[in-house]
Design a binder for this molecule. Sequence first.
Ligand SMILES: [Zn+2]
Ligand SMILES: [Zn+2]
Length: 291
Amino acid sequence: MLDATRPGLIAFPAFLLLIAFEAWWYWSRRRIAYPWRDSLASFGVAVGYKLAGLLVPLVALPVYLYAWDHRLVTVPLDTVWGIALLILGVEFFYYWFHRYSHEIRWLWATHAVHHSPQHLNFAAAYRLGWTGLISFNWIFWLPLVAIGFHPAAVFLTLGINLVYQFWLHTQLIGKLGPLEWVLNTPSHHRVHHATNPAYIDRNYGGVVIVFDRLFGTFAEERAEDPCRFGLVHPCPSRNPFIIAFHEWARMGRDLWRARNWRDRWQALFGRPGATRSGGAAVAAPSRQAAE
Ligand SMILES: [Zn+2]
Ligand SMILES: [Zn+2]
């Protein structure tokens, strides 16, 4: 019931076709070899993500069922307005989930995995962290269920939202005119994956970019500032286990070195990048620190 990966599994053959097309394009048009070894590492991470996701319902299901039993209202999902509110609600909470995943190190430790590829291509899309259960990723959609959206519908909608995001991970698609105003596009998501000072901590949206524009986290991709992808402190390993846990290890190191409780708190729950050793990457204390 709480499985958001099912739409992704159904779409997986289409994902593979898109990856093959992207590899063909790079080779035939640019004579650039596709980074297959990185892509295989991403695939290994994706398998671990799927397996680790099986554990989430053990903890989350009782909590979600409790919220559903005590919901405020029941939103009818056989109406257009009910479905529209569900899609909008999932997108709204996705924005905050993603933003906090960059702003709180405990969550960043899981999310950094997605930002570890140094080449942005379709294969990077499914490089997702294994530790969402302990980072409490699953808790962000609880308010929707408490309001009155059925948990199965919420997680199905989230899964479809994530499938949409697959095509954002490419450098083959340029700007898309007026669509850039409303939708999250490959251009906006390239900015999100970039470590350039002007781009850090920007463009958290899933399907749309309107919440970034509303809440002041939007940045436009500019030709004169080409994106540099990856982490500020790169994780060049192709071992899925090292990729999945490298940020937890960095966090543990900062915790070990902390001399007082303020630093310990900072190491675990402060902004990534705010710790003495420089912390994570993509999220230095906001833009000024140039992550
Ligand atoms: Zn992110
Ligand atoms: Zn991404």
